[in-house]
Write a protein that binds this ligand. Structure first.
Ligand code: NDP
Length: 296
């Protein structure tokens, strides 16, 4: 193995420590405690784990956490009413509605009902537009975490060829916008891309956000490239015992690590950074709401 392993877990711990420092200053100097409201509709087990972790880490950073668990059959109107109530609550600086929502609820309608200043996920159409036009926006947490790791590793990203595999609104597209903002030459690949292997081989920075276990093998990776694996896929792991599973990314880690210059592992790469960035975005939202300088 030749690649440097980018330790997202350790990096995220540093980010959370900084966030906790900002929170304690906000409390001591200004008497303000940032608050994050997380709304979960239904009982999807993966979403429940995410929400629990978010709540735990919010409290650990010294912030207030407000969890709202609603049943699967909650009418859209009730969810919109809750969002409206949270929008108006001065103790709530960030609102996150855990996705996916049940089929009968219009996700876009709910996301766009969140007041943009409290949209710590950065999915509101206004924040998407602000990011796309290079203005001050709430930036989606997962791509933001990826960007922080890339900047930390490379310093400047200017002029590098970046390939983002995946064009979702929550990862692929905002990731591409952030890389463009940092002056990369950006290619967005997706399920219709021709010669994906060749496209990937041109990447100095390869971001995989597909949701297909170990789809990208090492021989798609340019020697020395930086590989950011966003994918979180659960696959059977009979070696651990009957019925056991394990998490893998979208990249075939062992073969890619032979060629890449640096690579994020799964788990322990992008995942922990996502929650750390959510906490950071909540502090940013709190500072903006109170006309205070934002943390860098
Ligand atoms: P989506 O399913 O919304 O998007 C997947 C994208 O991958 C689509 O743009 C799709 O293309 C593309 N794609 C699918 N198959 C192929 C293929 N064979 N070749 C090339 N492109 C393909 O997923 P998300 O963006 O929401 O998530 C992607 C992964 O990241 C998932 O594993 C998810 O669990 C993980 N994730 C991890 C997070 C973290 O915190 N670490 C946070 C969010 C997501 P098309 O548009 O053409 O269909």
């Amino acid at each position: 193995m030749s690649a440097k392993i980018i330790d997202g877990k350790a990096f995220a711990a540093e980010v959370r420590e900084k966030v906790a420092g900002h929170v304690s200053r906000l409390k001591e100097v200004h008497g303000i405690t940032p608050g994050l409201a997380v709304v979960l509709v239904g009982d999807d087990p993966a979403s429940e784990v995410y929400v629990r972790n978010k709540g735990k880490q919010t409290l650990e950073a010294g912030m207030n956490s407000y969890e709202h668990k609603l049943p699967e059959d909650t009418p859209e109107a009730d969810l919109l009413a809750l969002v409206k109530q949270l929008n108006a609550d001065p103790a709530v600086h960030g609102i996150l509605v855990q996705l996916p929502l049940p089929q009968h609820i219009d996700e876009e309608k709910v996301i766009n009902a969140i007041t943009p200043d409290k949209d710590v996920d950065g999915f509101h159409i206004l924040n998407v537009g602000l990011l796309g036009t290079g203005q001050k926006a709430m930036v989606p947490c997962t791509p933001l975490g990826c960007l922080m790791m890339l900047r930390d590793h490379h310093g400047s990203l200017s002029g590098l060829n970046a390939v983002v595999v995946g064009r979702s609104n929550i990862v692929g597209k905002p990731m591409a916008q952030l890389l463009l903002r940092d002056s990369c030459t950006v290619t967005i690949a997706h399920s219709r891309t021709k010669d994906l292997a060749d496209v990937c081989r041109r990447a100095d920075i390869l971001v995989a956000a597909v949701g297909r276990p170990q789809m990208i093998p090492g021989d798609w990776v340019k020697p020395g490239a930086t590989v950011i694996d966003v994918g979180i896929n659960r696959i059977p792991a009979p070696e651990k015992g009957e019925g056991k599973t394990r998490l893998v990314g979208d990249v075939e880690f062992d073969s890619a690590a032979q060629v890449a210059g640096a690579i994020t592992p799964v788990p322990g790469g992008v995942g922990p950074m996502t929650i750390a960035c959510l906490l950071a975005n909540t502090v940013t939202a709190c500072c903006r709401a109170n006309n205070l300088p934002e943390p860098e």
